[in-house]
Design a protein around this ligand. Structure first.
Ligand code: FE2
Ligand code: FE2
Length: 300
């Protein structure tokens, strides 16, 4: 409980049976840009947990160790819940495995336990680099999490309530644990200036890679959507239309997360609103059901 807030997983579950393919009605571009989360997160968050498991013996601070364990529990739950959405997409005729195969290769092979291509990097440096990448990714998940909690225009578009709850439950937990990956990196990243330089490198690798994967992912989903049958293409124009409607975060909001992160004095405890996150988790149908199940288990 490094910052006075205990981080623990909520054992949620979601029923996807009623969720339509275009869960924001008549907005396939916004729907699929958001759906890219389901393509990247099952493998990505599973990988976070693996890397943190590797790094856990390096943690000498008891409070940080508790945060890291809570973080690992939350991320593995996120990973599993998003993978169920992929199953649901497949059941609706949208097979995502040709795309997720590349994502699996990225996390399991390129960013695996050993540096790829026999790169001459020590085991310690390779671990620190991967921790820097996780901290950089978590900068974006915190920004996106806070965005989805504030996105009233999405509510106005009458999205599927189960999907919205998944996104907001996940977004709220991202805001809740926004500092953990950064603290973990700072703790294990060695001395400055090397530590700061690697933090910059982590973001320099992460931001363009995410941007690329997102564009490719959205294009894949739209191209293979059985309801669209090739009538729509993913274009910047369509994307910006959805941004103008408030159905996606603006480029400025996403872009400004980078220079903020690169400030030497930066700490993510100021990202988003913890109050908003905690308030959502208190009303989220999935989180409440999970809390009820835990409560019942404790009583019986
Ligand atoms: Fe997550
Ligand atoms: Fe996270």
């Amino acid at each position: 409980m490094k910052h006075g807030h205990r981080i623990a997983p909520r054992r949620v579950s979601f029923d996807w049976r009623e969720t339509p393919l275009h869960w924001i009605p008549d907005e396939p571009t916004a729907t699929h840009v958001v759906n890219v989360l389901h393509l990247l997160l099952p493998a990505g968050e599973r990988w976070f947990v693996k890397v943190f498991k590797e790094a856990l013996p390096l943690v000498t601070d008891e409070a940080l160790r508790k945060d890291v364990k809570g973080f690992m529990g939350q991320e593995s739950t996120h990973s599993v819940q998003h993978s169920y959405v992929l199953q649901h997409l497949a059941e609706q005729g949208l097979d995502t495995t040709p795309y997720t195969r590349h994502v699996d290769f990225l996390f399991d092979v390129l960013l695996g336990e050993k540096p790829p291509f026999g790169l001459p990097v020590t085991a310690r440096e390779w671990l620190r680099f991967r921790l820097a990448v996780i901290a950089a990714i978590e900068q974006f998940t915190a920004v996106l999490g806070d965005w989805v909690l504030r996105a009233e225009d999405v509510d106005a578009a009458e999205p599927d309530p189960v999907m919205l709850d998944l996104l907001r439950w996940h977004g709220a937990e991202e805001v809740e644990h926004r500092s953990v990956a950064f603290d973990m990196y700072e703790h294990c990243g060695g001395e400055d200036p090397g530590r700061y330089a690697r933090r910059v490198l982590g973001m320099a690798v992460t931001a363009p890679t995410l941007f690329y994967l997102w564009g490719r992912g959205a294009a894949y989903l739209i191209r293979n959507d059985p309801w669209l049958t090739g009538r729509l293409r993913y274009t910047l124009r369509q994307h910006n239309r959805a941004v103008a409607k408030g159905l996606l975060p603006s480029w400025r909001e996403l872009g400004s997360a980078v220079p903020r992160y690169l400030r030497r004095s930066y700490h993510p405890s100021q990202e988003g609103s913890m109050q908003r996150a905690v308030a959502y988790l208190a009303t989220s149908p999935a989180a409440r059901a999970a809390a009820g199940a835990v409560g019942r288990a404790a009583v019986s």
